[in-house]
Design a protein around this ligand. Structure first.
Ligand SMILES: Nc1ncnc2c1ncn2[C@@H]1O[C@H](COP(=O)(O)OP(=O)(O)OP(=O)(O)O)[C@@H](O)[C@H]1O
Ligand SMILES: [Mg+2]
Length: 262
């Protein structure tokens, strides 16, 4: 059964001078425990899709369903991670992590134990009592991930969470996130500009085109790649063929810019 479904979702942004049609009849369906990515040119509506799923705003047309029920009235718990970590500088790492449980008045010994277990999972047990300013960008993103996971979201939305990090940190975090999503059997949607990242982390990839945003094509990542850690996917013999296939589609509109010789 489908877990999350977008049914003919269209969205318009209205301004004082007019409107922009950001999404045009988006249809997609995600299975429980699946990891999917959305790629496509800047402005094609990727973040708009995540904001609508997160219920930060309502789509103009169409419907979003969780297990065949409209999500409007559901108590769906969603984790949302962005490029910026939004940790509170005046709170220690542990108090940042416990923010969600604190708001829902649910800090118990069990939540604290889980917080420590998740900190251990991301190799940051030693940072429990330090402040975010004492941590690197990659460490802060790992804390943000723990803060998201502790609320036990049914679905995780990642909007370019690694794009501000250096390449090595980014590769390490991809591995870590992929492993945690599998360990905790989470459903996840990743928006990224990095095709390699999408292939190495996902089961399926939705390629969008812009103005207004539509799903142009869906790619299934080969089975052999899905069970490998992202770092090793990039070295797998099946990696380059799928990369080339998607790249060809992506670069259709910019053929002049992809000449072999400079
Ligand atoms: N708050 C807003 N008001 C008006 N128009 C908006 C608003 N947010 C986004 N848009 C427009 O909607 C379209 C989709 O924007 P969106 O941010 O979803 O794109 P994106 O694919 O996430 O882009 P990027 O890759 O640059 O992050 C764009 O044309 C954008 O200008
Ligand atoms: Mg965006």
């Amino acid at each position: 059964m489908s877990f999350l479904t977008l049914d003919n979702v269209s969205h318009y942004y209205f301004t004082t001078t007019g409107y922009t049609k950001a999404l045009d009849e988006i249809n997609l369906s995600i299975k429980e425990g699946e990891f999917v990515s959305i790629i496509g040119p800047s402005g094609c509506g990727k973040s708009t899709i995540l904001s609508i799923i997160a219920r930060l705003m309502k789509q103009t047309e169409g419907e979003i369903k969780l297990r065949n029920e409209s999500i409007i009235n559901s108590s769906l718990n969603i984790g949302y991670m962005l490029q910026q970590d939004y940790l509170f500088p005046w709170k220690t790492v542990m108090n940042n992590i416990l923010l969600g449980p604190k708001i829902s008045e649910n800090i118990t010994d069990e939540t604290k134990r889980l917080a420590r277990k998740l900190l251990e999972d991301v190799n940051l047990s030693h940072t429990e009592n330090v402040y975010p300013s004492e941590l690197s960008g990659g460490m802060r993103q790992r804390i943000a991930l723990v803060r998201t996971l502790i609320t036990d979201p049914e679905i995780l939305l990642f909007d370019e969470p690694f794009s501000a990090l250096d390449y090595v940190t980014k590769l390490k975090l991809e591995n870590l996130v992929a492993k945690l999503m599998k360990t905790y059997n989470k459903t996840a949607i990743l928006v990224t500009h990095d095709l390699g990242e999408a292939i190495s982390m996902s089961d399926r990839i939705f390629l969008m085109e812009g103005s207004p945003g539509r799903i142009a094509k869906t790619f299934n990542v080969p089975e052999e790649l899905r069970n490998e850690a992202p770092f090793f996917v990039r070295r797998h013999p099946k990696y380059q063929p799928i990369f080339d296939e998607i790249w060809e589609q992506l670069s259709d509109d910019m053929s002049d810019e992809t000449e072999r010789k400079v």
